[in-house]
Each structure stands twice: as C-alpha cells, then as structure tokens.
Design a protein around this ligand. Structure first.
Ligand SMILES: Cc1cc2nc3c(=O)[nH]c(=O)nc-3n(C[C@H](O)[C@H](O)[C@H](O)COP(=O)(O)OP(=O)(O)OC[C@H]3O[C@@H](n4cnc5c(N)ncnc54)[C@H](O)[C@@H]3O)c2cc1C
Ligand SMILES: *[C@@H]1O[C@H](CO)[C@@H](O)[C@H](O)[C@H]1NC(C)=O
Ligand SMILES: *[C@@H]1O[C@H](CO)[C@@H](O)[C@H](O)[C@H]1NC(C)=O
Ligand SMILES: *[C@@H]1O[C@H](CO)[C@@H](O)[C@H](O)[C@H]1NC(C)=O
Ligand SMILES: *[C@@H]1O[C@H](CO)[C@@H](O)[C@H](O)[C@H]1NC(C)=O
Ligand SMILES: *[C@@H]1O[C@H](CO)[C@@H](O)[C@H](O)[C@H]1NC(C)=O
Ligand SMILES: *[C@@H]1O[C@H](CO)[C@@H](O)[C@H](O)[C@H]1NC(C)=O
Length: 475
C-alpha cells in the first residue's frame, strides 16, 4: 500500500467490535474514506480463538458468551442479532448445571451456592435504594456486608466468587457497588431495560469472531483495512491527526477514532503528541482494566463431572475456583477438554509464572478434586496472558468505587475535535461487554459522521475538575 499525504478522512484505530461497527456506521452514512488500522492480521480483537490440542479444536481465549439476548418484545442484544444473522453456533449455559468440590474431593454445597445467588440479588437490589437518596458509592464488599453477607468459609467464598468475580473479573473490594448493580441490570434485567438473563456460549468452529468478521465482509473493502499495522504514536492538532506505526510509516487524516482497550490507554505502548489533557489522564487511570484468564487442558479421556460447570472451594479465595467442562454431548464431545478460570489479581499472578508451574498448580487442584482417580498429565495445556499483551493489557474494564460519572464522561470525551474515543470501556451501561463495544462504535461514529457532514463538530462534554461533593476534613 503506497498511500501518501492524507491517507483517509478518518483513521479507525483498532479492528475489534468497536472499530468494525464504527466503520459500518460511517459506511451507512455514505462516508467511505476511512481506514481501519489493526496490529493483528485479522479483525475481532478480544473475540479471539485458538486452535487447541490433538483435535485442533477451536476454543475461545477471549469473549465466549452472548450475555443477555432478548425478552419477548423488549430490546435485543445486538450481538445476539449478529450471532443469528451469521449463524454462529451457540449453546445455552446455566448455573443449574453445577457440581461442587473442595480440597477433599466432591462435597455437596449446592445449598450454600444457592444462598450466594440470593445474596448477590440482595447486593444488586441494595445498591438501587442508594441512588435516589444520593448516598455515596462504596465498594461491593461494603455492600455485601451491609446486606448481611459476610462469607468466611472456603465454600461460602467460592460461591460468592462465582456470582461476583467471575462476572466482573475483579473482586468485590475493587468494584463499585452502584455501578456493578447498574451493569448487571442493563444487561440481564428486563425490568431495568436489560436484554435477558440468558447466556449463550459460542461453540462455533469458525470461532466466535466469525460474527464480526462476517459482518465486516458485508461492507468493508480490502483497501479500507491496514493489517499488521501497530500504532506507536498519535499526534493531533486543530488541523488533523498523524499516526505513526512502529515501522515508521506515518498515516494522516482529518479525524482519528481510538478504539484500543482501556489497558492500552493506561500504559505507554501508544503515546500522544501533545500529551492528553490532565482531565483525560485522570479519568483513564481511575477506571480499572481487569483480567479474566481461561486455562485450558486436554486429556486422553474425560474423568470429570457431567455438568457444564464445577465450583472448587480452595482455602485461598480465587485459587482455580471455576471449572467448565467442554467434553459434553452438545459442546465438544470426546474432546477431553476442560478449563479453569481465574480473575483479577490472581490472573496477574498466574501470568507472571511459567506455564509449567501453573500446570502443576492446576493438576494439584484437579487431583484434590478427584482423590480416587489417577489423573495423567494433560496432553495439551494453554492460556493466554491478556494482562501482559501490549495490544490489550487486560481483558475488560471494571468500575471501581472511587470512579465518578464525570470521570467516565471524560474517558469518553473527544479531544480537540479531531481525536475521538470509543470501546467497551466508554460504555456507560454496558462497559466490559461485547454489546458495550457495539453500541459505542455506533454512537461515536454517528457523531463523527455529523462532524463531517454538518461542517462542524459537537464535542462531547468533559469536566476540567472532578470534585468531591464536600471537602475531606482534617478536624
Ligand atoms: C478473556 C475475555 C473474556 C470475555 N468474555 C466476554 C463474554 O463472554 N461476553 C462479552 O460480552 N464480552 C466478553 N469479553 C469482553 C469483550 O471481548 C470486549 O468487551 C470487546 O471485545 C471489546 O471490543 P473493542 O473493539 O472495544 O476492543 P478490542 O477488541 O480490544 O479491539 C481493539 C483492537 O485494537 C488493536 N490494537 C491494540 N493496540 C494496538 C496498536 N498499538 N496498534 C494497532 N492496533 C492495536 C487490537 O489488536 C484489537 O483488535 C471478554 C473479554 C476477554 C478478554
Ligand atoms: C500479516 O502478517 C502475517 C504474518 O504475521 C502474514 O501471514 C500476513 O500475510 C500479513 N498480512 C498482511 C495483510 O500483510
Ligand atoms: C491439526 O493441525 C495440524 C497442523 O495444521 C495438522 O497437521 C493435523 O492434521 C490436524 N489434525 C486434525 C485432527 O485435524
Ligand atoms: C437493579 O434492579 C433491581 C431489581 O429490579 C433494583 O431493585 C435495583 O434498584 C436496580 N439497581 C440500580 C442501581 O438501580
Ligand atoms: C448469605 O447471606 C447470609 C445473610 O443474609 C449469610 O448468613 C450467608 O452466610 C451468606 N451466604 C453466602 C454463601 O455468602
Ligand atoms: C509498515 O507497515 C504497514 C502496515 O502493515 C505497511 O503497509 C507498510 O508497507 C510498512 N512500511 C514499511 C516501511 O515496512
Ligand atoms: C475415595 O476413596 C476414599 C478412601 O479410600 C473412600 O472413602 C471414598 O468413598 C472414595 N470416594 C469415591 C467417590 O469413590
């Protein structure tokens, strides 16, 4: 590609769900002079599959579920719409299919598990009563405690983990009480405008990403994507943007839409010239980029539970607590594949250690879950290090208790009318989810199209200073 001068009217930085839907939105508005700049050789971003083990099974190392579908004639999750349109093969999954273990083997604590579901519901409802009274936000740990839920035993803690950390990829201590309640409601609670409480897992052997790649194929020309193009610096001014790739190539345009993850934004893999304003930097560093890690194993044959899920209560909270079996009739029969999930700080720990050590820890857990079975070493072992990957630096965003709505406005706000931001993290209602990425690509691209067609931009509101409602006192 030998583009010189202005390479395009708009550079869309990143080819994940946000970037692809932004491109589609521009195309629908009759704007075709855009270029998607993507470091990897394919579209999809955090929709990422991997060919695993003896059967070259396509497994999902990133997003795996459509979360929330539709309830009667209510709003439909647009990811569900795309999954149906492109005939992505999915399976319903549910908590009802669950086996419980601890460090002594199989132990039935399903009644505690059910209690933790009720306690999570109380947490979600309890946050709601704080909003109209304008009560200060707290952590979800504070919320749980105020609702009377103070889990102590390994079994209670593992049950709580399944309700909370497994969804937010972070602990109740690190998460806002009010924002997690909203996040839950807007996706899963039809009474609060959400889609539905159903989760559908992709088992499609083309990869879950096929949903967005096939959608891109309906409108995108090859000349509108630059693959293998890693951005290093973004210079912006009143006149436009200049994007420098790691190989030295400079791309210029009137506008840039930044869709790299919050994790990338928080680090220095991509720099800005001039530096982003203080209000923007504070907002970026105040949200959390959490990590969700799936550790896949393949064995010669299945020796484990027949349910979809298992919870393992270790003495240490978060030590390989959730297990998913894929060797099931409707999933990947005879595959010999199962995986464990860890999140948050524990993901960072796991990523820092060599594969061999994690494999040995995971095998120790499996052997304590199945004390009477001689378990061989796995034939295949794999996990992706999302936190360490400079293209992601984590899995998805999470809203901490000290993060204000104005901070979130500032993450989303454009700078200088030339530089725009969108991604799952900029979504007020659906941060963390695929549908959050979708809605943000749609909304911000619509705004950019208005800039171009209307001959002027309407900037998003930002706050120079985010202040306490009342000053902190020393007396
Ligand atoms: C392990 C995991 C599990 C998840 N599970 C679910 C789930 O089940 N359901 C759900 O709804 N959501 C889930 N999510 C969240 C979902 O994947 C994201 O919300 C969504 O994919 C984000 O899309 P995006 O376009 O905003 O960002 P991204 O997908 O990150 O797209 C940004 C793109 O920018 C590229 N890029 C980054 N840096 C550079 C650079 N310097 N130069 C050039 N290109 C660059 C990246 O390669 C990427 O393609 C999960 C995520 C992970 C990681
Ligand atoms: C991108 O790089 C990969 C190798 O990493 C190569 O196979 C592929 O052809 C490249 N794609 C383009 C469009 O240059
Ligand atoms: C798996 O992929 C490898 C490498 O592409 C190939 O040699 C092998 O035949 C494949 N196995 C199966 C079962 O498809
Ligand atoms: C979430 O929905 C529940 C149940 O409908 C409701 O009680 C609660 O107030 C909502 N949360 C918030 C923060 O509005
Ligand atoms: C649920 O909350 C109750 C108090 O409402 C508490 O006694 C119980 O231990 C909690 N259970 C779990 C599994 O967290
Ligand atoms: C730099 O990378 C881009 C994107 O892959 C490519 O189009 C361009 O030819 C490369 N330039 C050089 C000098 O290698
Ligand atoms: C496992 O072995 C122990 C000790 O031999 C025995 O008490 C227990 O019943 C066995 N459990 C199963 C599930 O077979």
């Amino acid at each position: 590609m030998t583009r010189t001068d202005k390479n395009a009217q708009i550079l869309i930085l990143g080819g994940g769900v946000t970037g692809v839907i932004a491109a589609r939105t521009l195309a629908e508005q009759g704007i075709d002079d855009y270029l998607i700049v993507e470091a990897r050789p394919e579209l999809g971003g955090r929709m990422m599959s991997h060919s695993f083990g003896r059967s070259n099974q396509t497994i999902e190392v990133g997003a795996n579920w459509v979360q929330g579908t539709q309830t009667s004639n209510g709003p439909e999750n647009p990811i569900w719409t795309l999954a149906k349109k492109h005939k992505v093969d999915t399976r319903f999954t549910g908590y009802d299919s669950m086996t419980t273990y601890d460090y002594t083997g199989k132990v039935d604590f399903l009644s505690l598990f059910k209690q933790s579901v009720g306690n999570y519901t109380s947490l979600i409802e309890g946050a709601g009563s704080r909003v109209p009274r304008q009560l200060v936000d707290t952590t979800s740990r504070t919320g749980y405690s105020l609702q009377g839920s103070k889990p102590k035993t390994p079994h209670e803690l593992a049950s709580e983990y399944c309700q909370f950390d497994w969804e937010y990829a972070d602990s109740p201590e690190h998460t806002s009480w009010i924002a997690s309640s909203w996040a839950h409601n807007f996706t899963f609670d039809p009474d609060a405008g959400g889609f539905s409480e159903d989760n559908y897992l992709s088992v499609d052997q083309r990869g879950f990403k096929t949903l967005i790649q096939q959608e891109a194929a309906t409108f995108l020309q090859p000349s509108q994507i630059l693959y293998n193009a890693t951005v290093k610096e973004i210079a912006y001014s009143e006149n436009g943007v200049e994007v420098t790739l790691v190989n030295g190539t400079v791309l210029t345009a009137d506008y840039a839409l930044y869709t790299f993850s919050l994790g990338v934004l928080q680090n220095d893999d991509v720099t800005f010239q001039p530096k982003l304003p203080e209000w923007k930097q504070e907002a970026i560093q105040s949200m959390t980029m959490a990590t969700y890690t799936k550790i896949f194993l393949q064995f010669p044959k299945k020796f484990w539970f027949d349910t979809q899920f298992a919870v393992y209560a270790d003495r240490i909270r978060g030590h390989y607590p959730v297990w998913q079996g894929l060797d099931l009739e409707d999933f990947f029969p005879d595959s010999g594949i199962l995986f464990a999930t860890v999140t948050g700080d524990y993901s960072v720990r796991v990523e820092a250690l060599p594969d061999k050590q994690i494999q040995s820890e995971v095998m120790t857990v499996l052997r304590s879950m199945f004390p009477n079975i001689t378990i061989p070493e796995p034939e295949a072992f794999f996990f992706k290090r999302w936190h360490a990957d400079p293209l992601f630096r984590g899995s998805y965003s999470n809203w901490p208790a000290s993060f204000f709505s104005e901070h979130h406005d500032n993450i989303r706000a454009n700078v200088n009318e030339r530089l725009w931001f969108a991604g799952e993290a900029t979504s007020r209602k659906y941060f963390g989810f695929l549908h959050g990425a979708y809605f943000e690509g749609l909304d911000i691209a619509t705004r950019i199209a208005k800039c171009i067609k209307g001959g002027g931009c309407v900037s998003l509101m930002h706050y120079e200073d985010v202040r306490n409602a009342r000053p902190y006192r020393l007396d």
